[in-house]
Ligand binder design. Structure first.
Ligand code: ARG
Ligand code: ZN
Length: 867
């Protein structure tokens, strides 16, 4: 059932225009579709038959140029009409049942409103169509529904007609002048309030901005609209991209499989990724919303105007758009902090994916279900690959390349190779070898060693690259890797690396081995390597702890300063784990003391630096990982540090309070994050003063960041009485707000202190839990498996069996969600033998299920394959 990139053929037919009419009713929806079809002059070979995609549709009538088609062949995935003319109109009427659609693909109902999700292959669940991204059509959409229940009727483009109908119904008709693939189609019908704003483009056009939400959420739109305007401005300034329609709409829905969707002119968001007010959303949510709103908006050019030829090219739009939203977030706040957060996620989760059974190149070669390839590799590693092009070309050449790309491919469906070729053409650089980043899976490793010849004053860096085998790719050719670096002398001064005095260089590795010589040095320098994480690789160099301490305070590269601290902490934790050290190295405590007492430091940076490497990342660095031992050792280091720095932590918490009203500014966010980090370290060690502060902060918090910070500090502490009281109060206060309840679920299911599985099972029985809502499923079951590592990996295997049960139950209703939940199990080979075996047996049981969805089958069967 696999589909291969090498089998790509141009579509035999094209559809230039689509005329849709939706009759929405409570029992079912009738979809009338008129397609203007013609034979594709560029297709290879002349196909006589027209084969349209369609799933779970009831075909009512089918007419070709006005004549009923009698001999169409319908199966569970397609509709075949034989011997069609070269050009014709096809009228199709289908009946669907959005009310019963629990997969949340195609047209479905979510808390009383109709909405759609068509990417990647949802449109074929609405009507028969050539549901592939290289078939681009202009859409006209008429929606008919009950006027009272569904006063708001939306689709892509501009409204061109509306009117009352018989029986208390009404209709609105929309027309989208831009040709688009079916995955960008959207419609919405509901009783929604409208929030309006506007944006004037660089060329002076006024764009109507509208946000549609349920009435109870009308005070949670401001932040998304503000973010949208920032994104529109930024894309004009940095990429020269203006918005193209007169209206841009955002809709919030509670039931959504992913974060959000960039449908042309009508972006649809998961409520948790768009709704915010100071009382209900944390700073982290504000940040996430700003970047997702920007991400979806940026897709208007990188994705919609220029789209993907086929789904193997997904990273063409996603990698590039994530890179763009990362650049945007860096410009809105602190670039270093943004980079740290992003790399932390990449190294923890994407590296794990690249090292597991589902490893695939940024441009995959085959898939069974494309829904399984909306991965960290396609999105995040894809963004790193674009970032490396940006590094190799420099910002100006990169901009010339992107201008050329948008100009040349506007209105077309293209490939990642087209993107790279444009960058080559604009810059004159050869990216031939660089293309391997799209073709080869796996995370490259750089082994670095050095030598100093004191007599000659010559320092030599030797770098060797390699990349482990991944499924179906046993051997890898060398990558083209930009390695940003510098050298420091013993006083912390950056050393000049060339004749004109540059203190930073980008070394371009292309061979398996390189060595670089730096001359005229008086002493052995300390190398600062892979600055700003210039390539998604693992770097192996034997820094001493003293060198790392030195880099923490002297590296001019902020990212590497943070990373040196992480490396130091990892070294301390690992050598305790291996039994080489029994006590926590004093130097680590000193490093933290400096951070806490030096008030000149950027507070957001300090908060990041205070966080020890996560348990998941430590597991990712370990073969045969013993989760309990890793967790306990990390915890021991954490409590030792916190105990030693109690006074400093109390002072930091105190210094970072503010009585000003909530503002989402980089400065205030940093102060709140530092205060909350200090508080959680204090409660973690059972400090009484810390407990009082947390209880007080919980009671008096003027915003959700402080309130949730205090709740989370109490939940992850030995103070059970205070914790239970706070949890209860929090639920009483916020039970009517689904996004806050989701946070409340997550803080419990993710906490190693809350009794693990027993607690999670209780949450599943809680009245606020809903098996049909992906956010609830993710915040209870997903968070437990991905973040509550000690309990998920309970040595008796109970965590695994629990997850297996839930996946099995969910597969029938929502296969995308079920397959997503299976992710943690796929990494079974990483763990200690006993854990490994029980993870594997849960996978085997799932595979033996008779009615597995394609989605789950692909994940489970691939993770059990020999490697
Ligand atoms: N294109 C959307 C985004 O990244 C995600 C859509 C995901 N759809 C899916 N079937 N997985 O902005
Ligand atoms: Zn995207």
């Amino acid at each position: 059932q696999s589909i291969y990139l090498k089998d790509y053929r141009k579509p035999p037919f094209l559809i230039d225009h689509v005329d849709l009419r939706f009759e929405l009713f409570e029992e079912q929806t009738r979809v009338h579709s008129r397609l203007q079809v013609r034979r594709n002059p560029e297709a290879d070979g002349a196909e006589r038959d027209l084969v349209l995609h369609g799933e779970d549709l009831e075909l009512e009538t089918l007419t070709l140029d006005g004549r009923p088609v009698e001999d169409a062949v319908v199966d569970s995935e397609s509709l075949r009409i034989s011997n069609v003319p070269d050009q014709f109109n096809l009228d199709v009427v289908t009946c669907i049942r959005p009310q019963e659609n629990t997969r949340l693909e195609g047209l479905y109902k979510s808390s009383g409103m109709f909405c759609t999700q068509c990417e990647a292959e949802g449109f074929r669940r609405i009507t028969y169509f050539l549901d592939r991204p290289d078939v681009m059509a202009c859409y006209r959409t008429r929606i008919e529904a009950d006027s009272e229940q569904y006063p708001v009727l939306l689709a892509n483009g501009n409204p061109v007609d509306h009117g009352e109908m018989e029986g208390g119904r009404h209709q609105v008709t929309w027309e989208d002048p831009f040709p688009k693939p079916s995955y960008l189609f959207a419609m919405v019908a509901g009783d929604l309030v409208e929030k309006r704003d506007e944006f004037t483009t660089g060329s002076g056009r006024v764009v109507d901005l509208r946000m549609y939400v349920e009435p109870r959420n009308s005070d949670k739109c401001e932040h998304a609209l503000a973010s949208l305007k920032k994104a529109m401005q930024w894309d004009e300034e940095v990429y020269g991209r203006e918005y193209d329609l007169d209206i841009f709409m955002i809709v919030a829905v509670d039931d959504f499989n992913m974060g959000a969707m960039e449908n042309k002119g009508l972006n649809i968001f998961n409520s948790s990724c768009v709704l915010a007010s100071p009382e209900t959303a944390t700073d982290a949510a504000y940040e996430r919303i700003e970047s997702i709103v920007a991400h979806e908006y940026f897709h208007n050019w990188s994705g919609n105007r220029v789209t993907c030829r086929d789904w193997f090219q997904l990273s063409l739009k996603e990698g590039f758009t994530v890179f763009r939203d990362n650049q945007f977030s860096a410009d809105m706040g602190s670039p270093t902090v943004q980079r740290i957060d992003h790399v932390n996620m990449l190294r923890t989760a994407q590296f794990a994916e690249d090292d597991g059974p589902m490893a695939h190149p940024v441009r995959p070669e085959s898939y069974i279900e494309i829904g399984n390839f909306y991965t960290l590799t396609v999105y995040e590693k894809g963004a790193e690959v674009v970032r490396m092009i940006h590094t190799l070309l420099g910002p100006d050449m990169f901009r010339e390349g992107s201008d050329l790309y948008f100009a040349r491919f506007d209105g077309r469906a293209v490939t990642t190779d087209d993107f790279v070729a444009t960058m080559e053409e604009a810059s004159g650089r050869d990216l031939g070898q660089f293309r391997r980043w799209y073709e080869q899976a796996g995370t490259p490793v750089l082994h670095v060693s050095d030598h100093f010849d004191a007599e000659k004053g010559v320092y030599t860096l030797s770098i060797e690259q390699s990349c482990p085998a991944t499924p179906r790719q046993p051997h890898k050719a060398p990558f083209h890797i930009p390695l940003r670096m510098g050298l420091l002398d013993s006083t912390g001064e950056p050393l000049p690396l060339d004749d004109i005095g540059n203190t930073e260089q980008v070394l371009e590795l292309t061979e398996s081995r390189h060595s670089y010589r730096f001359k005229d040095l008086k002493e052995r320098p300390v190398p600062s390597l892979l600055r700003n994480f210039s390539a998604p690789v693992k770097l192996d160099y034997a820094w001493s702890r003293d060198q790392l301490m030195f880099l923490v305070s002297h590296d001019p590269d902020g990212f590497n300063r943070w990373d040196a601290g992480q490396k130091l902490a990892i070294d301390v934790i690992q050598s305790m784990l291996e039994g080489n050290d029994t006590e926590v190295d004093e130097r680590l405590i000193e490093a933290y003391r400096n951070l806490l007492t030096d008030t000149s430091l950027d507070r957001a940076m300090v908060a990041r630096m205070l966080a020890l490497p996560g348990t998941a990342y430590l597991i990712e660095l370990t073969r045969d990982a013993d989760v309990q031992a890793i967790h306990e050792t990390r915890q021991r280091v954490q409590t030792t540090v916190a105990n030693a720095l109690r006074e400093e932590l109390l002072a930091v918490h105190m210094r970072n309070q503010s009585s000003e009203p909530y503002a989402f500014s980089a400065e205030r966010v940093a102060a709140r994050s530092l205060a909350n980090s200090a508080l959680s370290l204090l409660t973690l060690i059972g400090d009484e003063a810390g407990k009082d502060l947390a209880v007080e902060q919980f009671r008096d918090a003027p915003n959700m960041t402080n309130r949730f910070g205090a709740l989370s500090a109490l939940v992850n502490s030995p103070f059970e009485k205070e914790r239970d009281r706070a949890l209860e109060q929090f639920y009483v206060d916020w039970q009517d707000d689904p996004q806050v309840v989701e946070q409340w679920f997550a803080v419990q299911s993710g906490s190693p202190w809350m009794g693990g599985l027993k607690r999670v099972r209780e949450l599943l029985e809680h009245p606020a839990f809903d098996w049909k809502n992906p956010n609830k499923i993710r915040t209870v079951i997903g968070v437990f498996a991905a973040r509550n590592l000690v309990h998920f990996h309970e040595p008796d295997g109970s965590g695994y069996r629990f997850l297996g049960e839930q996946i099995q139950r969910l597969d029938a209703s929502n296969p995308q969600i079920a397959a997503g939940l299976a992710q943690p199990l796929t990494r079974w080979r990483r763990y200690a033998p006993r854990l490994r075996e029980s993870m594997k047996s849960v996978l085997e049981e799932l595979l033996a299920e008779p009615q597995l969805s394609k989605d789950l089958f692909e994940v489970v069967s691939k993770s059990l394959q020999e490697q």
